[in-house]
Write a protein that binds this ligand. Structure first.
Ligand code: TYD
Length: 136
């Protein structure tokens, strides 16, 4: 999987005078089973998150509030996605280096993951990541 496999997925927006509602279901809007949900909030201005890769874990990231950028790197190229609406998200396949930055005040990042948390799935060192990609 390379950065060309990372895609913005538009979600249905059901709106009426009471507001909007969007839906994410495993194997429907997103191509994996949801094992884990976590969210990032109260991120101080200028702070970065991520800065690692997952060998197996896939993710779907939505800016439920505010905005932030997700930078993906497959060892060959880099692509940055700006997320700032609740009705779409970014599908991140396994095996990419990812960083999150430029969080706006009060931003809320929802992350759906395909695997249970496992620190052995992380590659924390960029050079190690590049070597791992080349070996695959
Ligand atoms: P980390 O994955 O480094 O966060 P980010 O990629 O947003 O910078 O995780 C930060 C801490 O939280 C680290 O100590 C591991 C822990 N953690 C869990 O225990 N379970 C989880 O599902 C996640 C994502 C993190």
């Amino acid at each position: 999987m390379g950065i060309q496999d990372s895609i913005i997925i538009n979600l249905q927006k059901i709106g009426d005078r009471r507001g909007n509602l969007s839906i994410i279901e495993e194997h429907k809007q997103i191509p994996f089973e949801i094992k884990r949900v976590y969210y990032l909030y109260d991120v101080p201005g200028g702070e970065r998150r991520g800065g690692h890769a997952y060998k197996d874990n896939q993710e779907f990231i939505v800016a439920l509030s505010g905005s932030f950028d997700v930078k993906l790197d497959d060892g060959i190229g880099v692509k940055t996605f700006s997320l700032n609406r609740s009705y779409y998200g970014l599908y991140v396949p396994a095996g990419l280096w990812r960083e999150m930055e430029n969080f706006s005040t009060n931003s809320l990042a929802l992350i759906l993951s395909s695997t249970d948390y496992d620190e052995r799935d992380y590659i924390m060192n960029y050079e190690e990541f590049k070597q791992w990609r080349e070996k695959r």
